[in-house]
Write a new protein. Structure first.
Length: 341
């Protein structure tokens, strides 16, 4: 039997050997695994992707998702399937993007409300846009168009403004959800001219248009993709755009500033986002593909045919723009006490 004088040094040597062996084994394991991890990242994507749209089929975000995803899928070498998840002012679909498995295979599009203004409109959201979502790129800008049914007998923006001022609370206007630019731009207009009208939120622009054509609502500020086909076929009359300058895509439609209503600036923009937990290298690969797709001449041409101005900026630029939007609309939302529905 060994006494303590001989057993303790032996034990110390054994422990030192064990520590050295473990350290070397871990280092060797990391050295082996690192190339494998890099290879896996380089290989992404290895399966089809899903683009979630928080609004209904035929809506502006839906059109952007389908046009851009077709090209981006070709760039990535995988099919991108578009899935519509409308409801709750875009919160349901946007939450689905934020809560998706963070592997980059699920991403999506969204707009001002779910990505910016709903943080002010709702007491509690199931997601925090700035924390749970990473911007990929701002896809398009589009000025909203103020329209009325042709049967209303209103021929220009001046007549609509006079009717609103003379008939408080007589008129209803729809939007694709509380806090969207379609909603806020009209609220700002009403405030500027000292008029009142009732806002009626709908799950999508097509649903809002249906209400307009059926007579449930009387005027609206909606994306041009939604209204211009009906302007061309005579069912709607376009009165003005909610931008400071005339749109190059809609050169014949005046601005509100031209009739003396200043300070109305609202773009119904649409951007791509993904769960913030998605690995940075995957985010970059996805973002790069989307940006490349947006700048593709054929994609740009298709977007412009839908009255959308392609952007395709960097994630950092998109984040900065969303911060600016929050500053732009927060005072109006708080002043009017607007709440999401």
């Amino acid at each position: 039997m060994l006494d303590s004088s001989t057993s303790q040094p032996g034990r110390r040597l054994s422990r030192r050997f064990a520590r050295r062996f473990t350290t070397r084994a871990v280092a060797f394991g990391l050295a082996v695994l690192a190339p494998l991890a890099a290879t896996a990242a380089d290989a992404w994507p290895t399966q089809p992707l899903k683009a979630v749209v928080p609004f209904g089929p035929g809506s502006s975000p839906d059109q952007v998702a389908r046009i851009v995803s077709e090209k981006a899928g070709a760039i990535l070498g995988q099919t991108i399937v578009v899935e519509n998840k409308p409801g709750a002012s875009g919160n349901i679909g946007t939450f689905a993007i934020a809560n998706a498995k963070p592997d980059g295979y699920t991403f999506g599009v969204s707009i001002t409300g779910p990505l910016v203004n709903n943080t002010l409109l709702f007491d509690k959201l199931p997601y925090a846009p700035a924390k749970d979502l990473s911007p990929l790129t701002l896809a398009v800008h589009q000025p909203n168009v103020l329209v009325v049914p042709s049967a209303a007998g209103i021929d220009n923006i001046g007549q609509l403004l006079e009717a609103l001022k003379k008939n408080p609370d007589k008129y209803n206007f729809p939007s694709p959800g509380a806090g969207t630019v379609s909603h806020l731009a009209v609220e700002l207009l009403l405030q500027q001219i000292g008029a009142r009208a009732t806002h009626v939120p709908y799950p999508s622009s097509p649903a809002a248009l249906t209400s307009l054509l059926s007579g449930d609502t009387q005027f609206a500020a909606l994306p041009p993709i939604a209204v211009m086909p009906m302007v061309k076929d005579g069912r709607l009359k376009a009165l003005a755009v909610t931008s400071s300058k005339r749109s190059a895509l809609l050169p014949d439609i005046p601005t509100l500033a031209e009739v003396g209503v200043q300070g109305i600036e609202g773009s119904a923009w649409i951007g791509f986002v993904v769960s913030s937990k998605t690995p940075a290298d995957v985010q970059k690969k996805l973002s790069d593909a989307l940006i490349q797709a947006i700048h593709d001449p054929e994609v740009a041409k298709r977007l412009q045919a839908q009255f959308m101005d392609p952007v395709g900026d960097t994630p950092a630029q998109f984040r900065g723009y969303m911060d600016d939007e929050l500053k732009r609309w927060e005072p109006l939302i708080k002043k009017l006490g607007i709440k999401g529905q």
